[in-house]
Write a protein that binds this ligand. Structure first.
Ligand code: PLZ
Length: 465
C-alpha cells in the first residue's frame, strides 16, 4: 500500500492501531527536536494559534501519540474528541486510501458522488428519532452550527436564537456570538451577529442553591426568560450542547433536556442539539441526547464523525431541512469525498466494534477512581460526565470558587510525565478526559495513575513509584 511505503521511507514509526501501545519517555517534554520545531513554528505561524502541549507528533494510534523525539505519550484528549475510533483507524485508512486514489474532489454542487449520499444516509440512520430526515455536509463544527441556524430561520420565518451560559459553538462571527466565553474566543473580535439571546445553563454544581435547586428550577428560569426577553413567537431556535464541551463538561440534571425539547415543540421553536463534541459514541450512547430519549429537530455533528478528517453535518426533520430553497446551502469543500470515505470507515468501526459500549467501559473505570481521588483531595469540587467524556472541576477547598491555577499545575505535571490532558471551563478550572475509545485498558489505568500522582505531588505527599 503506497501510504505504508511512504511512512517507512521517511523513517517514522507507522501510526494507527499497530503502533506500540506504551508510554515511553526518552527526553524531557517537549524534547530538543520539538523545541527546534517550536522555534520554526514561531517564525512562520501566527501567534493567535496556541498549543496545549508543544510536542510535534509524527505518529499516533490506539491510545498513544508519538513525537519527533521518540516519546510515546498517553492520549486523554483525542485531538479534542475527534479520534474517537483512534488515529489512523484501519477502516478509515483503507477507505481514505481507496478514495484518494480514485478522485479527491468534484464539488457536490457541481457533480455529485455516492459517498456524500451514503454519509447522509448513515447520519439519518444513527441520529435520534425514526422520522423522515435529511442531512447536509460541511467542513467544520462552526459551519454546521451556522447552517443549523440558517435552516431554523427558513423553517420558522423567525430570527431569534437562544443559547446558554458556558456555551461553545465556534469561532465564526455568528458562532462567536453564540459562544459564551470572552477570552480567548471573542475578545476584540466584535461586533457580533445580532438576535442571539443567552439564558442560564442548568449547571448543577454552580446553580444557586445547588444541584437539587437546579433540578427543580432551571427549566422554569430558562423558559420564563425566553418568554419575557425574547418572546416565544420570535424564537427560531434554541441551540444547546446536551453535555457542554469547552464550557466545562456541564451535565444538566435529568429532565432538563426533555423539558426544554417539549417547550420548543409546544412553541414552534426548532430544538437544535449541538452534538459536535458529545456525539458519535463519546458519552456511551450514539448521541448524548439518547441518554434521555430526547429527539432534537436538528442535530449538528463534526469532530468524531470522520476519524480525524474535517467533516461536519446538520441532520434533521425532512420538512425543516427542505424549507431551504435549492442553492441556499452549500460550500466548495463541504462533504469532500475523502472526508466522506473516512466517515463511512469511522461509522462502520463504531457499529462493528460497539463503541458506545467501549465508552461506557471507560467511564466505569474512570468515574470510581476520580471519585476516590476527590475524597482525598478537596480541591476536586465535582466529578462529572458520561462514558468517555469525563471531567473534574477544581475549586478552593470547601467552596465553589474556581481554581484555575491548580488545574494548570496538575495538567503540567501530567504533560511532563507523558499524559496528554486538556483543561476547559469558563473559569479554566476543569480538567477534562476524552481518551480515544480504542485506548487499551492498561494505558487508561496508567494515565489515571499519572493523574493521581500529580495530585499527590500537589500537597507534597510522595507520589506512587
Ligand atoms: N460546537 C459543541 O465543541 C469545537 C474548539 C477548539 P469546529 N470545540 C473545540 C477551539 O478552541 O477552537 C465545537 C464544539 C461544539 C461547535 C464547535 C466548533 O467546531 O470544528 O472547531 O468549528
Amino acid at each position: 500500500m503506497p501510504y505504508r511505503r511512504l511512512m517507512t521511507i521517511i523513517g517514522s514509526p507507522l501510526g494507527g492501531p499497530g503502533l506500540a501501545q506504551e508510554r515511553r519517555i526518552v527526553t524531557e517534554i517537549p524534547g530538543p527536536v520539538s523545541r527546534e520545531w517550536l522555534e520554526r513554528r514561531q517564525r512562520s505561524v501566527a501567534r493567535g494559534l496556541s498549543h496545549v502541549l508543544p510536542v510535534f507528533v509524527t505518529a499516533a494510534g490506539g491510545g498513544v501519540l508519538v513525537d519527533a523525539d521518540g516519546n510515546s505519550l498517553i492520549d486523554f484528549g483525542s485531538g479534542i474528541a475527534v479520534t474517537t475510533v483512534g488515529n489512523s483507524a484501519e477502516l478509515v485508512v483503507e477507505r481514505v486510501s481507496e478514495q484518494v486514489a480514485q478522485f479527491t474532489h468534484t464539488c457536490f454542487m457541481v457533480t455529485p458522488y455516492q459517498g456524500y449520499v451514503e454519509v447522509c444516509e448513515e447520519l439519518n440512520r444513527v441520529t435520534p428519532g425514526d422520522h423522515d430526515k435529511r442531512s447536509a455536509l460541511f467542513n467544520s463544527g462552526a459551519e454546521a452550527v451556522e447552517n443549523a441556524v440558517k435552516i431554523a430561520r427558513h423553517a420558522t420565518g423567525r430570527s431569534a436564537v437562544v443559547v446558554f451560559d458556558h456555551a461553545y459553538h465556534g469561532r465564526t462571527n455568528l458562532t462567536m456570538a453564540m459562544t459564551a466565553k470572552n477570552m480567548p474566543y471573542k475578545d476584540g473580535f466584535g461586533p457580533f451577529a445580532s438576535d442571539v439571546y443567552r439564558v442560564p445553563m442548568a449547571y448543577p454544581f454552580r446553580w444557586p442553591g445547588g444541584p437539587a435547586a437546579c433540578r427543580e428550577n432551571a427549566l422554569g428560569v430558562v423558559t420564563d426568560l425566553i418568554h419575557t426577553q425574547v418572546g416565544e413567537k420570535n424564537a427560531a431556535a434554541v441551540v444547546i450542547e446536551p453535555i457542554q464541551g469547552e464550557g466545562g463538561f456541564v451535565v444538566p440534571p435529568d429532565g432538563f433536556l426533555p423539558g426544554l425539547a417539549a417547550f420548543c415543540r409546544d412553541n414552534g421553536i426548532v430544538f437544535v442539539a449541538d452534538e459536535i463534541q458529545s456525539g458519535f459514541c463519546r458519552t456511551g450512547d450514539w448521541f448524548a441526547v439518547d441518554h434521555e430519549g430526547v429527539v432534537p429537530d436538528l442535530v449538528t455533528t463534526a469532530k468524531g464523525i470522520a476519524g480525524g478528517l474535517p467533516l461536519a453535518g446538520v441532520t434533521g426533520r425532512a420538512e425543516m431541512m427542505d424549507a431551504v430553497h435549492p442553492g441556499g446551502l452549500g460550500g466548495t469543500f463541504g462533504g469532500n469525498p475523502v472526508a466522506c470515505a473516512a466517515a463511512l470507515g469511522a461509522i462502520e468501526t463504531m457499529s462493528k466494534e460497539d463503541l458506545p459500549a467501549a465508552a461506557r467501559r471507560i467511564g466505569d473505570v474512570m468515574l470510581p477512581r476520580l471519585r476516590k481521588l476527590a475524597e482525598a483531595h478537596p480541591e476536586i469540587g465535582d466529578v462529572r460526565g458520561r462514558g468517555a467524556m469525563i471531567a473534574i472541576e477544581l475549586v478552593r477547598p470547601g467552596t465553589v470558587e474556581p481554581d484555575a491555577a491548580v488545574a494548570a499545575k496538575v495538567a503540567k505535571t501530567c504533560h511532563a510525565a507523558g499524559l496528554v490532558v486538556l483543561t476547559c471551563g469558563t473559569f479554566g478550572n476543569v480538567l477534562r478526559f476524552l481518551p480515544p475509545l480504542a485506548i487499551p485498558g492498561a494505558l487508561l489505568d496508567e494515565g489515571l495513575s499519572i493523574l493521581e500522582d500529580a495530585f499527590a505531588r500537589l500537597t507534597g505527599a510522595p507520589g506512587k513509584p
